[in-house]
Ligand binder design. Structure first.
Ligand SMILES: *Cc1c(COP(=O)(O)O)cnc(C)c1O
Length: 371
């Protein structure tokens, strides 16, 4: 699905130098590399504060802690996402309230959010799924009207631009009260281990976030809050500093691969190509097709026989996951999510796909469909 080996070869001298500098300085935790990357990312995103942390899941959890969400508070999120989004809500004993998604963009449906609001609702967690920003202008308007926090799960869309009605733009993750990202190796901005970050323009919230990621410590060994230990280590920051410089070029390569796929599958009655949402640029964390009247299992087997990885993101909606079964929800409650989980496939998508690979992938898929 990704080719990190090839990508590394392209930037090896820069990466190796960055890592070696950290080792030479032996400043492994909160060293200058972390601060330097943090500043670069603030500039790139045009956001006041970036708070690095250990992973995207922690970023979400720490955000909810810093906003003071309390057990029993309801948090509205999408039924079609990676489990981490709902996991932290459950871990903090908040109540996840799931809503369905738009069948074209796969992102949370603002009308469904409005219907899910109750007096207990405190926050909305839109997920910018597969690389496109959710409809943030509508979501922020709903949040304003109902006095709710918005926590953007931006683990899949770093670098994506959201375009407002007045044509102004903001980077995904910098529009809500707080934004969260992951630097897991296969994400669009990935390090060589685990990593994550939180973004906010709110000075006071930034302060809370910094305290919570560091054991709730304000002055050394004085703990004003219950926190966690969630750090980005310096070696990962050194890798990210190099890769951030390439992020826009990486997005362009992903888009070029997506365009190739689009052309190959255009008009095919069995494949719905990803719809481009007019309010957001697409950074193609995933290239996800919706299949129609196809035996998906047979397709996966056929592609596997050609040694082409094809993945299903996500095969089971949140409300049907064993650990998250809840008497409030039953099969049929989220028809769009349920249909997508039955029909989507994601093709290899990364920065090193060449024409030969793309031709092989597309011709193999079309061969299966036309046989
Ligand atoms: C990857 C991901 C996360 C979690 O990130 P980790 O760094 O693996 O903890 C959360 N939400 C979404 C949508 C993701 O894709």
């Amino acid at each position: 699905m990704v080719d990190l080996q090839q990508q590394y070869q392209q930037i090896k001298p820069e990466i190796d130098k960055g890592i070696q500098e950290v080792i030479d300085a032996c400043a492994f935790i909160n060293g200058p590399a972390v601060k330097s990357f943090q500043t670069d990312l603030e500039t790139y995103l045009n956001v006041k504060h970036v708070i690095p942390c250990a992973n995207g899941t922690d970023a979400l959890q720490v955000s909810m802690m810093a906003l003071g969400l309390q057990p029993g508070d309801e948090v509205i999120t999408t039924s079609f996402t990676f489990i981490a989004t709902a996991e932290v809500i459950a871990l903090l004993q908040l109540t996840p309230v799931l809503v369905d998604v738009d069948p074209d963009t796969f992102n949370i449906d603002p009308d469904a959010i409005v219907r899910a609001i109750t007096p207990k609702t405190r926050a909305i967690v839109p997920v910018h799924l597969f690389g496109q920003t959710a409809p943030m202008e509508e979501i922020m308007e709903i949040a304003r009207r109902h006095n709710l926090f918005v926590i953007e799960d931006n683990c899949q869309a770093i670098g994506s631009d959201y375009i407002f009605n007045n044509k102004s733009q903001k980077k995904a993750g910098t529009i809500g009260h707080v934004g969260c990202t992951s630097f897991f190796p296969s994400k669009n901005l990935g390090c060589y281990g685990d990593g994550g970050a939180i973004f906010t323009n709110d000075d006071e919230l930034a302060n809370q976030l910094r305290v919570i990621v560091n054991h709730g410590m304000t002055v050394r060994y004085y703990h004003d809050l219950i926190g966690v230990n969630s750090r980005l280590d310096s070696i990962q920051a050194a890798v990210l500093k190099v890769k951030l410089k390439h992020l826009d070029e990486y997005a362009a390569k992903r888009r070029a691969a997506a365009d190739y796929y689009d052309k190959a599958f255009a008009g095919n009655p069995h494949l719905k190509t990803p719809v481009r949402y007019s309010k957001s640029t697409h950074v193609f964390h995933q290239y996800t097709l919706v299949t129609k009247n196809i035996d998906r299992k047979a397709l996966l087997d056929f592609m596997a026989s050609r040694e082409i990885p094809v993945m299903i993101y996500y095969p089971v909606p949140l409300h049907m996951q064993k650990a998250y079964l809840d008497p409030r929800y039953k099969e049929g409650d989220f028809p769009v999510t349920e249909a997508l989980s039955q029909h989507v496939i994601s093709l290899p998508m990364h920065t090193e796909l060449d024409e030969e690979q793309l031709a092989y992938i597309t011709s193999s898929l079309l061969e299966f469909i036309n046989r």
